[in-house]
Design a protein around this ligand. Structure first.
Ligand code: UD1
Ligand code: MG
Length: 439
């Protein structure tokens, strides 16, 4: 793909360089600003250590700010050729511009154009607005600890600019029907406004699901890095296709421009947040990371692929549902319990007192989950009353299955599982999906 690198490759190289700069800036700012954050009250106790030291929290705010600066500085790069063409070559009559052809591609082939791709710029800007808004709201949450049921819908507001641009620019609300069903339903079904509800739901789900798969050092950042790398691999699969330019080239380049700096700031944060953590990421990071994935997948039209890569988060959310929706009491923290004697993590539990016992149906459900090894339930043998149940998170479930282990080992095993599932998801997307969907 030498041709590709000669023409469209330059912004990508700029993006890579800016991402390296973003890594360096974030790395040093986290080191420098730690004490300032503590002084401002942004700190948290590391609960799974013998000495429960207080360390700076909300370090994701540094990531987000560095990231947004980089995205602003980057604006001229992908539009450079369009800017030149639109200003100097304006009025040229001999443009060879095939119908349906991408503007950037035509410029890349050396043809003059006088039309600036304003919709591409609109996508880019709407994405930066969404990410700025989610950062603001995330910092608000870290400062004021907003209630779970209030903050749950925050990302939906941040997704409005994206959805508007999607509506104006793309507007496709039909879904492709799998080949076996096509004789009955036709090739496409138009789901209309529901498509926007679906996209808003993805926008709500992605940031929140990352925020609740949390509680051990490094896990929030590591899972986000895995998702970002897999999305970038997915982009590269399109860009390196032998039939370049693939029709989706532009949206996958766009996606890389947003993912590479994200990886830059995230690796810097992971460096400080990995076991034993010197800083916490805060909800700002979780919301911001989740929103980066939403932005690239909505504007790149591959939200289904994102869902494939969020399988561990979806499982954790569904599994958490009994506590999130109040069927089982949900303590403020559900992170695994640190056993100071062994230095290992054990499943944390919710205690059932004598006067607060589960309702009959729920008690039955808890026992079934216990039989299926999907929960650890302790029942008083004499009275038959519930004593405690392990908290409903995959971190605790993993400890139920695999026994007590050290904090970093748990993080590695969970992230390892996520990598395997994600690679399988991409295989499904690029291999199996072709059996039931036409490319
Ligand atoms: C989410 C989870 C909560 C979990 C918390 C841990 C739900 C509904 N909420 O809440 O159960 O306990 O994340 O992040 O599932 N902490 C550590 N070690 C870590 C990471 C965090 O001890 O490696 C503690 C620190 O005290 C830190 C606090 O967790 O200050 C941060 O919690 P926060 O992100 O505010 O919790 P939520 O996102 O609301
Ligand atoms: Mg959190």
């Amino acid at each position: 793909n030498i041709f590709y690198l000669q023409t469209d490759g330059e912004p990508l190289i700029a993006s890579l360089s800016l991402s390296v700069l973003a890594f360096c800036a974030t790395y040093s700012m986290i080191r420098w600003l730690g004490s300032t954050f503590i002084k401002a009250g942004l700190k948290g106790k590391d609960m799974s250590k013998i000495q429960k030291r207080e360390i700076p929290e909300c370090m994701g705010a540094i990531c987000a700010v560095v990231y947004l600066f980089v995205m602003l500085v980057f604006i001229p790069f992908p539009f450079y050729k369009d800017i030149v063409a639109a200003t100097s070559g304006g009025g040229n009559k001999d443009i060879v511009f095939n119908e349906g052809e991408d503007v950037g591609d035509a410029v890349g082939r050396g043809r003059l154009l006088h039309r600036f791709p304003i919709s591409k710029l609109a996508s880019y800007l709407s994405a930066t607005i969404s990410l700025s808004v989610i950062t603001l709201l995330g910092i608000g949450d870290d400062l004021f600890d907003i209630r779970w049921r209030h903050k749950f819908f925050i990302p939906a507001f941040a997704s409005i600019p994206l959805l508007v641009v999607y509506f104006v620019d793309f507007g496709v609300t039909s879904i492709v029907v799998p080949i076996p069903l096509q004789p009955y339903l036709g090739e496409l079904i138009d789901v209309g406004g529901f498509y926007y509800v679906y996209m808003a739901s993805v926008a709500i789900f992605s940031p929140n699901s990352i925020n609740i798969l949390a509680g051990i050092n490094g896990i929030e950042v590591a899972q986000s890095i895995v998702i970002a790398v897999l999305l970038a691999v997915n982009d590269c699969l399109y860009l390196l296709t032998p039939s370049y330019p693939h029709p989706a080239t532009d949206s996958h380049l766009f996606s890389l421009y947003f993912l590479l700096p994200f990886l830059g700031v995230s690796f810097a944060l992971l460096w400080h947040n990995w076991y034993p953590a010197k800083v916490f990421v805060g909800d700002t990071y979780c919301y911001f990371a989740g929103m980066v994935f939403v932005v690239v997948s909505i504007l790149g039209h591959f939200s289904k692929t994102l869902i494939l890569l969020l399988v561990p988060q979806i499982f954790n959310f569904v599994y958490s549902a009994p506590q999130l929706f109040g069927l089982v009491p949900c303590p403020r923290h559900r992170l695994p319990r640190f056993n100071a004697r062994t230095g290992l993590l054990e499943p944390s539990v919710t205690a059932w007192t004598e006067d607060k016992q589960p309702k009959a149906v729920i008690g039955w459900g808890l026992k079934v989950l216990d039989k299926l090894k999907l929960l650890r339930v302790t029942v008083d043998e004499e009275t038959g009353r519930f004593v405690e149940t392990s908290n409903f998170t995959i971190l605790n479930l993993w400890l139920v299955w695999r026994g007590p282990m050290r904090e970093d080992r748990l993080a590695i095993e969970i992230v390892g599982t996520q990598i395997v599932l994600g690679l399988f998801g991409l295989f499904v997307r690029h291999g199996l999906a072709l059996l039931i969907f036409k490319e």
